[in-house]
Design a protein around this ligand. Structure first.
Ligand code: FAD
Length: 388
């Protein structure tokens, strides 16, 4: 069996790439390890930034794939329990959408399948071969247990942080850069509406936040030590701690449906290409969830690769493909820098036990600068919208 591009992973990166390739007249097959119901229910990110919405619009897809309500140009900080709403200055915020990741994924699957796309769920044991040569092969077992092999021109590794694509690259060919922040977030999903689009608490008990995930649900985060035992956080303790850090009651205390511990870290693997294998999204880089950029970086990679592959395959112009890794890494490091800055800011300004009293005062000064300086506020707005 043969195709032009095999895409490993049907997350936001893989599905966006596949959908754009179909529109650009490029054949592809998407292989996904999980079943469709699992992929469509996986709840993670919640904001599609302005840059990403504009990208979907440029491909004629924004109305079909991006759901949700427009973003308000305000972040509701609570500092030491007091409200400090921060209205950011930007021309581009109106395009951003509060769109749960699984809504985007569901819409992308619908569009890809209805456009005639070849999407294969429950593809087990994916293995890549000959990625350094001109004709890679991808082997997997289908849902019936039959082993299949697909020959292709290009493999797109969109299989997330723990996928098979990056680990198929020979040792030493990629360089990894990473930073551990030294604390974690207890991340909970609740059947309880959020009081507003954002609540982000800076408090000496630690950072806390709440964001809507659709009309009746929300995701909350609580900064906590890396060795936190999730079982020691029953629902009442979670809500009580959130309210203590917010300095106000939450809109509603609903049942918590998921609790996980997320250690905060930043990772980049370079280059984002090895031979005919291209890495996208979490397979190539991880950001802490603080800046809301993980999903948006994955979408950016997909747009860059789709444009490059279309130029190469339909116009025989390889120049964009040659610069794929450099183009993406420039964007990725810019947003790594933003994410690291905002992560340090909201944590250091609160609980000083991690990085000390000096850093706490620096972070407080940086926070005040956002309110005092129109230019600082505008820069922050540029990053939030993804238009920097
Ligand atoms: P994924 O969405 O992980 O998709 C990878 C796909 O590959 C999956 O479907 C997986 O099943 C499949 N796969 C894996 N291995 C294989 C294999 N061997 N063979 C075949 N298929 C395979 N980002 C934001 O922008 N804003 C946020 O607020 C935000 N909050 C987050 C909260 C949490 C709790 C988490 C965990 C992440 C959050 N992120 C956020 C990050 C965001 O979810 C990711 O950056 C995004 O999902 C990356 O997309 P992706 O397509 O690269 O990878």
């Amino acid at each position: 069996e043969n195709t032009t591009v095999v895409i490993v992973g049907a997350g936001v990166a893989g599905l966006t790439l596949g959908t754009f390739l179909l529109r650009g007249g490029v054949d592809c097959v998407v292989l996904e390890r999980r079943d469709r119901a699992y992929v469509e229910r996986r709840q993670r990110a919640g904001v599609v930034d302005s840059r990403a919405v504009r990208m979907f619009r440029a491909w004629g897809l924004a109305d079909r794939v991006v759901g949700g309500v427009p973003l308000e140009p305000v972040l509701h900080f609570r500092v030491d329990g007091e409200p400090r709403p921060f209205r950011y200055a930007t021309d581009g915020h109106a395009d951003g959408r509060l769109c749960p990741q699984q809504v985007l994924v569901r819409n992308l699957i619908d569009v890809f399948v209805s456009d005639g796309g070849d999407l294969r769920f429950e593809a087990e044991g994916v293995e890549l071969a000959d990625i350094a040569g001109p004709r890679p092969r991808v082997r997997y077992r289908d849902g019936a247990g039959v082993t299949r092999t697909i020959g292709c021109d290009v493999v797109a590794g969109c299989d997330g942080e723990h996928g098979v694509s990056r680990t198929s690259v020979p040792a030493g060919a990629l360089t990894s850069y990473s930073r551990e922040f030294g604390y974690a977030w207890l991340s909970v999903l609740a059947d309880a509406p959020a009081s507003r689009q954002t609540t982000m608490a800076i408090h000496d008990r630690g950072f806390a936040s709440q964001f809507p995930r659709g009309p009746g649900a929300s995701r909350c985060y609580l900064q906590c030590p890396l060795d936190t035992v999730v079982e020691e956080w029953p629902d009442d303790r979670v809500w009580g701690e959130i309210e203590a850090r917010f300095g106000e009651p939450v809109a509603a205390r609903g049942p918590i449906t998921s609790k996980t511990l997320v250690p905060l870290r930043s990772v980049v693997h370079e280059p984002m290409r090895h031979g005919r294998l291209f890495l996208l999204g979490d397979a190539a880089h991880i950001v802490p969830p603080t800046g809301g950029k993980g999903m948006n970086l994955a979408l950016h990679d997909a747009g860059v690769l789709a444009t490059a592959l279309r130029a190469w395959l339909t116009e025989r112009d390889a120049s964009l493909l040659e610069t794929y890794s450099a183009t993406c890494l420039r964007h990725v490091w810019n947003y790594q820098a933003y994410t690291a800055w905002v992560t340090d800011l909201v944590h250091d300004a609160g609980d000083a036990s991690y990085r000390g009293a000096f850093r706490r005062r620096l972070a407080r000064a940086e926070l005040e600068r956002l309110f005092d300086s129109e230019i600082a506020g505008r820069l922050f707005g540029e990053f939030l919208t993804g238009l920097n």
